[in-house]
Design a protein around this ligand. Structure first.
Ligand code: ADP
Ligand code: MG
Length: 865
């Protein structure tokens, strides 16, 4: 068998180290891919698959992308979760003996992108790592390479916590030890759609020790070490912008598990998974990208410390009061670019002059912001003001050095201002003077020779020349004119004088370009020194931005300042912030919610579509808003500081998991019950729906009793089991409330108003009517309902009784049917017999009203057919 060519052997050797990445192998002006990579990439990128002779018997599959347009293709792959190893020629092909040396210079992965479309302004791009310690606990580290933020935390041994953190931070890629159990990897891939990468080295090298040497727990250091080593290995370049690692503990913040976060649509909606329609979307009145990212982080981590919360709230109040200052601040902030990412790119070495201009422009706003903030005379504001590093010397440097409209590239000059560098000025003088001198020479030569059309020109090959048309050649004096080039109608000459100037001018120009490039790099190095200062400035600015955003939204939507109490909750005229905003034509009906004097459990009944779920969520969102330091959608609010919020939705209503299994519902309920404390907020929305009536009702009741007896958490429990409202008599902390609806001319009108006491009826059939099911079907459903309701008292006891009930029911149903058929004096057909039999066997108790209607509809359709 023939051997592969040396180049293919080289390819295979490099590829062996990058099995899980597409290897972009530089060949002249192209990045080529071979073998499997080529086959896969040609499909994903929709590029032509070809083949190449690689020395072996079979041709090698190959595809490639041009070097200059590679960025877009890389972006496309990374966006889909793939990794791309960029392999360059690392020696001059002319000097190479044999195959040109090649090396991977960077591994681009979903968690390490530094620029391009994959990097959204208002979103962090987090890479995480997990480390499992001997005691089973997980270390969790996070980095955003584009901003340089680093965090690390110790989580419990419950993997759900890891999943929760991955979700909360929108992590794109997770670095794990190679021996991590497959089950964990699978959970992360399936539930969080992350890319998995491996790194086993957790030792932190000396040159990066300063990132972690303030950490006192070795576990934290190890946890971050894995992440850092992965970065060093994949990025192979300066990571000077990485910030000191911040330790955080999940118990410093209100805990909202993954399921609840999704359900409350904090940062993305359930259906579209987009920001629009989420709480984040509603709140986002930030003007800077940094502020936008901080807002999302705050929403993900509501505070627990009352002082910290109130400090934010007071600042929001100040911004509401100081309307004009707030407007001015917004205007200033609009001119502030993304300092964090600019800093990141400075360190990374990929900023151009335009980026530095953005930096300059941003810094020019800072003194104005500083003045404004200190003028507010508010302790929080003053504190922020004191933290502001104006970086004036940097502003000055950039103002003096960078021209106003520099080109994109940094290698063609035209970047540095006059007066910044003496040598550069001299070269520029030489070049400019030279040009003036040449213009003068042209004039002089014309006069001397009397040839009006004589001109001095320049081209790359021959340099400067004096051009004389053939017709005029006779007028040219003999001697100093040396012939350089002959054209069809003209001759080109050079003189010693011109030659001398030419050398000066060309040298100057060459030197200018080179010197400008060098100066630019020096400036970039100087800017690098400022990175930590820029990063801390960015923090202050983003905080100001989020606080003004809270003020803006609170004012615009008439929110009120919440107050805190140990254990009571009183919300007057509460609204669901997002539903209220998206409702256009109709008015949102505000609702109160009161839990005090030990009344910690509200049992909510009311027809379908009346507003139970919305009401419950609005309580949770109000608490979250308050604990992130924003005003709340109510006219008055006194709230406890909740340590955790749980929302649980009955499987029948569950839009989220898509797997409406009852098991999931119960697991989620278990998680909530096990983890909740007396300081938590629990929302149970129609729990027990996913199983048959008896089961469901029994479970719902048992859960309520359990919470009542053992947890004591503030709980909102909505149910369609009216029987449960009887619990009010037995459980002293339970209060019945209902969402009211009225019947008008046999139609139900939802008032969306929460009232005391239990609802008297389920209006499912009315909803069916609203949905315009056929009239006779609705009539039929009403009859059935009546009969069901008559039997209801018997339902409450045991299975055997329920058998009796269904027998009775089916009998009367049967007789009635018979009666109606007798009227028409038609014999019962066999099809009808079958239908009756199927009705007889139906488990009516186990059906929801809607299911009952659907069955009825089917039956009727078949009868009519
Ligand atoms: P339920 O959980 O009782 O079935 P939902 O909470 O899902 O009802 O609410 C049904 C619809 O009613 C919502 O989509 C919303 O448009 C509307 N709604 C709910 N609460 C209100 C309210 N307070 N004011 C106005 N409309 C409301
Ligand atoms: Mg509901």
């Amino acid at each position: 068998m023939a051997e592969y060519t040396p180049m293919i052997k080289q390819y295979l050797a490099i590829k062996a180290d990058y099995q899980d990445a597409f290897l972009f192998f530089r060949l002249g002006d192209f990045y080529e891919m071979f073998f499997e990579d080529a086959i896969n990439a040609s499909q994903i990128l929709e590029i032509t698959l070809t083949a190449r002779d690689g020395g072996a018997d079979e041709k090698i599959p190959m595809c490639g992308v041009p070097y200059h347009s590679a960025a877009g293709y890389i972006e496309q792959l990374v966006n889909q979760g793939y990794k791309v190893a960029i392999c360059e020629q690392t020696e001059d092909p002319k000097q190479a003996k044999g195959v040109v040396r090649r090396e991977v210079i960077q591994l681009v992965t979903p968690g390490t992108v530094m620029e391009g479309k994959n990097l959204l302004d208002k979103e962090n791009n987090f890479l995480a790592s997990i480390t499992r310690f001997l005691d089973g606990h997980f270390g969790f580290a996070l980095t955003d390479l584009s901003t340089g933020e680093n965090r690390v935390s110790l989580l419990s041994s419950n993997f759900e916590d890891v999943i929760g953190e991955i979700y909360a931070n929108g992590v794109k890629e997770v670095v794990v030890p190679s021996d991590l159990e497959e089950m964990f990897k699978k959970a992360m891939i399936d539930r969080c759609q992350v890319t998995i990468s491996h790194e086993d080295n957790c030792e932190i090298a000396d040159h990066v020790k300063q990132l972690t040497n303030h950490l006192d727990d070795e576990k934290l250091v190890l946890a971050f070490g894995r992440l850092l080593n992965y970065l060093i290995k994949t990025q192979k370049r300066s990571l000077d912008h990485l910030q000191q690692v911040q330790v955080y503990y999940t118990n410093q913040f209100m805990k909202i598990d993954l399921y609840s976060k999704r359900n409350l649509e904090l940062t993305e909606t359930i259906r579209s998974k987009g920001k629009k329609g989420s709480l984040l979307w509603l709140l986002d009145q930030t003007v800077t990208a940094m502020g936008g990212r901080l807002l999302k982080q705050w929403i993900d981590r509501p505070l627990l410390n009352k002082n910290e919360i109130e400090a934010r709230l007071n600042m929001v109040q100040t911004f509401i009061n100081q309307y004009f200052e707030r407007l001015e601040l917004r205007d200033l902030l609009k001119e502030v670019y993304d300092l964090e990412r600019l800093a990141g790119r400075v360190a990374y070495g990929n900023v151009n002059a335009r980026d530095l201009l953005q930096l300059k422009k941003s810094l020019e706003q800072v003194p104005g912001i500083y003045n404004l903030v200190t003028k507010l005379e508010h302790p929080y504001a003053n504190n922020l003001g004191n933290q502001m590093d104006l970086c004036e010397s940097l502003t000055d440097l950039l103002q003096r050095s960078i021209k106003e409209s520099p080109p994109m590239t940094i290698k063609e000059g035209d970047i540095i201002k006059d007066g910044f560098n003496d040598t550069l000025d001299q070269y520029r003088d030489a070049s400019r003077n030279g040009k003036t001198w040449i213009a003068a020479l042209e004039k002089q030569e014309r006069e001397k020779t009397g040839i009006k059309s004589l001109k001095i020109g320049y081209n790359r090959v021959f340099g400067y020349y004096i051009e004389v048309t053939k017709a005029n050649l006779q007028f040219l004096p003999e001697g100093m004119y040396e012939r350089k080039q002959t054209l069809t109608n003209a001759e080109r000459f050079i003189t010693p004088e011109l030659k001398e100037k030419e050398t000066l001018i060309l040298e100057a120009e060459e030197k200018i370009v080179q010197l400008e490039y060098d100066i630019f790099l020096t400036i970039r190095e100087q800017v690098k020194e400022y990175i930590p200062r820029l990063q801390s400035l960015a923090k202050v600015i983003s905080e100001l931005d989020v606080l003004q955003c809270f003020a803006t939204i609170s004012e615009e939507r008439h929110y009120c300042m919440p107050h805190f109490s140990e254990d009571k909750l009183i919300i007057k005229d509460g609204r669901h912030p997002v539903v209220e905003k998206v409702m256009q034509a109709q008015e949102y009906v505000p609702n109160d919610c009161v839990m005090e004097q030990g009344h910690s459990l509200l049992l909510i009944t009311g027809p379908n579509m009346s507003g139970k779920s919305t009401y419950m969520r609005q309580i949770a969102l109000t608490s979250i808003l308050a604990q992130i330091g924003c005003f709340v959608p109510a006219s008055e609010a006194v709230l406890p500081i909740y340590d955790q919020v749980f929302t649980r939705i009955g499987a029948a209503d569950d839009l989220i998991s898509g797997q409406s299994t009852f098991m999931v519902e119960m697991l989620e309920a278990k998680n909530a019950i096990v983890n909740a404390t007396s300081r938590s907020l629990l929302l149970f929305d129609e729990i027990g729906r996913g199983t048959s009536t008896y089961d469901g009702m029994a479970l719902a009741q048992a859960i309520i009793e359990y919470i009542h007896e053992n947890i004591g958490a503030h709980t909102l429990f909505s149910t369609h089991y009216h029987e449960l409202t009887d619990l009010e008599a037995a459980l002293k902390n339970l209060v019945n409330v209902h969402v009211s609806a009225v019947e008008e001319n046999d139609n139900v009108v939802f008032l969306h108003k929460i009232k005391e006491g239990a609802a008297d009826k389920s209006y499912g059939i009315h909803v069916a009517k609203l949905a315009e099911l056929p009239d006779n079907l609705i009539e039929r459903a009403k009859e059935i309902l009546n009969q069901l309701e008559q039997g209801e008292k018997q339902i409450a006891v045991t299975r055997e009784d329920s058998m009796d009930l269904s027998n009775n029911l089916q009998l009367s149903f049967f007789e009635e049917s018979k009666a109606s058929y007798q009227k028409e004096e038609k014999p019962i057909t066999s099809k009808e017999k079958d239908l009756l039999k199927s009705i007889k066997e139906m488990d009516i108790i186990g059906l929801t009203p809607l299911e009952a209607i659907n069955r009825l509809y089917e039956i009727q359709k078949q009868l009519k057919a």
